[in-house]
Design a protein around this ligand. Structure first.
Ligand code: HEM
Length: 397
């Protein structure tokens, strides 16, 4: 796979946590479809334009599987997202089945019913934060535990097991060490199977129990689907809460603006979801494999090629968002791609939105004087795990 051609090398290093990596900015000025080298040395296409990323996110000529997985280029060492996933011949049918199975538990109406619990859980975490006093690490006190508490309640996974499964999901998400990622995923599935056995014997009012009770769902399928949800349901939300709070605290005028006008919060959440995805880091986008040859922007993509759909770059494309580097809480155009687009659009988006809105609606009025306890430039995003995100968020008030 490796050749002598000098290609832009992923990941692109950031010089400031809230700014686009200089190498990515330079690349984007040249076009929207780029040949790059992934962190593991394989060649891939990096798509950075909004229109192109949106189109390809919903294009059946791209998929997650590969006809010869062992020969496929990899975006990283993660067992879940580093390489091909699933069976090439049955991928479309498998995906349709997965959505049909999960959709009933993820309807916006069903998820909105969880809002009062999300509010109560957030209030409880903020009580603890208040009691422990300033300064504090908002990552450990709020961004991390809230999505874990919420997904545990939704799925019916015991919160008491969080330290264990958090270690396994963190290992699974590792993009540098394949053995560690595979071990984490295997532990997670083993844990899922144990839970399925328990749910079959003692069903509860939760998504895991309902999956187990669905006709034709084996123990293995219930366990893997549930563990994928446990993974998808908290990793990304933890990261987005962290970035959202940091974007607000890095400019106290924004914190004040939402403190004075709480009715702006739902709209502001969309801008924070857009602005916080910067692109180019770690995995650098949603990985797909071309299922057929096709052309885009004058470039031929060959069947089997790895294509990275860089959502962060798309969200900063000046052709789609005026002054994309500015954080404009009242921005009119909010159609970001942070939750994907089309057939694979994030099933948990309504829940993630509820969590983000609740965090800001409670945190800002309760801690109006909150500020960063360190210089923003000294904070670093993790580049060893899939979703990136802050390892800590020191605040004071
Ligand atoms: C802010 C938080 C979140 C972000 C940024 C996010 C982002 C995404 C993105 C970009 C996709 C599309 C992947 C693709 O096109 O291949 C996706 C899919 C998915 N997400 Fe989320 N997600 C978040 C929260 C959640 C939550 C809370 C859940 C579950 C409770 C969830 C469950 C899923 C599932 C099951 C899929 C797969 C959909 C499919 O393949 O058809 N996500 N998410």
């Amino acid at each position: 796979m490796a050749t002598s051609v000098q290609l832009p090398q992923l990941p692109f290093r950031h010089t400031h946590p809230l700014e686009t990596a200089p190498a990515l900015r330079q690349l984007r000025s040249l076009g929207t479809v780029h040949r790059v080298r992934t962190p593991v040395g394989h060649e891939a296409w990096l798509i950075t334009g909004y229109a192109q990323v949106r189109e390809l996110l919903d294009d059946p000529r791209l998929g997650r599987s590969h006809p010869r997985p062992e020969t496929a280029a990899r975006s990283g060492e993660s067992a879940l997202f580093g390489g091909p996933l699933g069976d090439f011949d049955t991928e479309t049918a498998d995906h349709t089945r997965m959505r049909a199975l999960l959709q009933p538990h993820f309807s916006p109406r069903h998820l909105r019913g969880l809002a009062p619990r999300v509010e109560a859980l957030t209030a409880g975490l903020l009580d603890d934060l208040d009691e422990a006093g300033s300064p504090a690490d908002l990552h450990a006190a709020l961004a991390l535990p809230l999505p874990i508490l919420v997904i545990c309640e939704l799925l019916g996974v015991p919160y008491a097991d969080r330290d264990q499964f958090r270690q396994w999901t963190d290992d699974t998400a590792n993009v540098c060490d394949r053995a560690r990622s595979e071990r984490g995923l295997a532990e997670l599935y083993r844990y899922g199977l144990e839970l399925v056995k328990h749910k079959r014997a003692h069903p509860g009012d939760d998504v895991m129990s309902r999956l187990c009770a669905t006709d034709g769902v084996s123990d293995e399928e219930a366990a893997t689907r549930s563990m994928h949800l446990l993974f998808a349901g908290h990793e990304t939300t933890v990261v987005q809460i962290g970035w959202g709070v940091l974007l607000l605290l890095s400019n106290p005028v924004r914190w004040q603006e939402l403190s004075d006008n709480p009715e702006l919060i739902p709209h502001a959440v969309e801008e924070l979801l857009r602005a916080s995805t910067r692109g180019g880091a770690g995995v650098a986008g949603i990985p797909r494999y071309a299922r057929a040859d096709f052309r885009i922007e004058g470039v031929t993509i060959r069947a089997g090629d790895l294509v990275l759909l860089d959502i962060g770059s798309a969200n900063h494309d000046p052709a789609a968002f005026a002054e994309p580097d500015a954080v404009d809480l009242g921005r009119a155009q909010t159609a970001h791609l942070t939750f994907g687009y089309g057939a694979r659009y994030c099933l948990g988006a309504p829940l993630a939105r509820i969590e983000l809105k609740t965090v800001f609606a409670q945190l800002i009025p309760r801690f109006p004087s909150m500020r960063l306890a360190v210089d923003c430039a000294t904070l670093t995003a993790r580049d060893d795990v899939l979703a990136g995100g802050l390892g800590e968020l020191p605040v004071t008030w």
